[in-house]
Design a binder for this molecule. Structure first.
Ligand code: MRU
Length: 341
């Protein structure tokens, strides 16, 4: 990776800014209409920002939580455990959150020094960017010339320490002149695809089209889509992968239409302690996310809803998992173990 590539990746979108005093988050709830930053001064404020989706995306919430611990111990060096518990409870599915907290705990238990803890949070942030740049090269190398791709949710700079995971592959493949068509699913109900991925793609000058989530199978039946490329919130030991609701449906449709399916995620997304997908906790959010839109009722008053915000794609539907250590084709528990060790 050239220093120019790193500089471009860093300058593009800055969703997480550590000022040394506060954690400044680009508020993703109001994008693309407004580019507004939210200053978090305590671990509780960071946990609220994670739960409330001001910051979202598996790697990004891990990075934010790491800085949250720095804010906590700076205010009171006895507050590590309390802050750790509050941050860990903010969202259940993405293992990156717990992975980052565990890494910070390891450092804190050895040094009890805020400066060392802060350095570790900065390191987690920086490492994520370099891992993404590496995964982007590996993932782009799997695509044929003139590739037609479909992505889901937002996995770009907004969801990570920079460049992105699945969207990072698309950005790099675009820079290499490899892409003939890019489609992005709108991603109900939070519209991460429509609001965030479309915003990032437009800023990058990458021509793309938005589809409603339910148009994916029809799209695949009408034109050749080479790859579905998605991120992950947690990858179980056997390769079953939790990601934004609708991902499983894309994998099923992809299998039927001869479209290949790629998951792009750093090692912090793997959970070796979770044997298979059914053990991954799936976050359920309120019915009002479906029954209301921008404050207005779109379903009859009092109507209930089932609102899981992630689903699990079985490993057998995944053609490749790309992580910074390499590519696992047709993932199995043994291949994942070999890569992680
Ligand atoms: O609910 P969100 O917006 O946090 O969900 C995000 C996703 O599902 C992403 O695909 C995943 O975190 C990978 S982000 C690089």
């Amino acid at each position: 990776m050239t220093s120019q590539t790193v500089a471009r990746a860093q300058s593009a979108v800055q969703p997480i800014v550590w000022t040394g005093e506060v954690l400044r988050l680009l508020d993703q709830r109001v994008l693309p209409a407004q580019e507004r930053y939210l200053d978090c001064k305590s671990a509780a404020e960071v946990a609220d920002a994670i739960h409330g989706m001001a910051v979202r995306g598996a790697p990004a919430i891990g990075i934010a939580a790491a800085y949250g611990l720095v804010l906590a111990v700076r205010a009171d060096s006895r507050s590590f455990d309390r802050a750790d518990a509050v941050l860990a409870a903010s969202r259940p599915t993405a293992i990156n959150l717990r992975w980052a907290l565990a890494r910070m705990r390891g450092i804190w238990s050895r040094s009890h020094d805020v400066a060392v803890l802060e350095k570790e949070a900065r390191r987690i942030h920086q490492e994520d960017l370099s891992q993404n740049l590496r995964m982007a090269e590996l993932g782009a190398a799997l695509l044929p010339q003139g590739a037609r791709v479909l992505t889901h949710c937002n996995t770009g700079a907004l969801a990570t320490g920079g460049h992105g995971t699945a969207l990072g592959v698309i950005r790099t493949a675009h820079a290499q002149g490899k892409l003939a068509a890019v489609y992005a699913g709108e991603t109900r109900p939070w519209l991460q695809g429509a609001r965030l991925t479309a915003w990032e793609l437009q800023r990058e000058g990458i021509e793309a089209k938005l589809i409603v989530d339910s148009a994916a199978a029809y799209l695949m039946s009408r034109e050749k889509i080479d790859w579905v490329i998605v991120g992950a919130d947690r990858i179980a030991a056997n390769g079953d992968t939790a990601n934004k609701i609708g991902t499983y449906m894309l994998a099923v449709a992809a299998q039927r239409h001869g479209t290949r399916f790629m998951v792009v995620a750093p090692t912090g997304t793997f959970d070796p302690n979770c044997a298979s997908g059914e053990l991954i906790p799936i976050e359920q959010r309120g019915a009002e996310e479906l029954t209301r839109f921008r404050g207005e009722a779109i379903a009859p008053p009092g109507f209930d809803a089932f609102n899981p915000v992630f689903d699990v794609t079985p490993a057998e539907l995944i053609d490749a998992i790309v992580c910074e250590r390499g590519v696992i084709e047709e993932p199995t528990a043994a291949k994942i173990r070999a890569l992680l060790n």
